[in-house]
Design a protein around this ligand. Sequence first.
Ligand code: SF4
Length: 318
Amino acid sequence: MRPTGKLHLGHLVGTLDNWIRLQDEYECYYMVADWHALMGEYEKPQEMSEYAVDNVIDWIACGIDPQKATLFVQSEVPAHLDLFMIFSCFTPLGWLERCPTYKEQLREVKTRDLHTYGFLGYPVLQAADILVYKADKVPVGEDQLPHLELTREIARRFNSLYKTNCLPEPDAILTKASRLAGLDGRKMSKSYNNTINLSDTEEVIRKKVSSMITDPKRIRLSDKGHPDVCNVFAYYSIFAPGKDPGLQDSCRNAGVGCTECKKMLAGHILERLAPYQARRRELIQNKGTITDILADGRKRASAAADKTLGELRRAMGL
Ligand code: SF4
């Protein structure tokens, strides 16, 4: 996860819930991808270290267990860049230039210039991140599948060039994209300023929920609503499934107003976040714990990554 801002509800239901499940089934490595963040945010890297710690606090508060998974910061494990360098030497430019996410980002992102050497190589660093742990499986959304395919191609090319079978070709564990839209109905993103952050206070959460866009056809209290097209109702299905069984009918019959409906939703979100926020407060009181967890993660990650790097260098005759 790139440390580019505070984590929000989209991260919780799109990524962290999934990570929590995976840590019980696999040996997991969860990484603060600060080098990746720098590739996009090279003009303003100052807040990255602060976000890195803050994000890890959120991970642990939400249920990521450092006893089960290895949590670390990418830039603290130098083998990632060593392997990135090795892979960069033989990855054809064409593989990177035709990457759909690369083309899309160049087209869509207008706030910074991504026509850089580093940004083109983003998927090569991802390949290094994955293969340095000889990962068998990688949890990815569908949009990231081309990157994983590139990783598989890089592993194949390495094995073929140096006549080895050191590197496995990892498979995807497909994860569903978050169903949660932002407060305004667009994709939830800090760039759109439409997020509810995991660390927001009760007052801020209530205010944000009260500003949510609802069924656009429901203008007056007496208008009948359409919960199936209402973003507020979509939140209900995630944060309060089955808790207000009569709500849909009430909305359709103009029995409940949007203001009341949003007040109830804010209560459900706060209830879901309460144990997490209590844990977050404890962790903030004791930031040394996070430093220790990341130091331990760095050791564990470095041991595994250095072992792979040594093996690959021997295969290359370096
Ligand atoms: Fe949406 Fe609730 Fe208003 Fe119905 S009552 S339109 S579900 S906010």
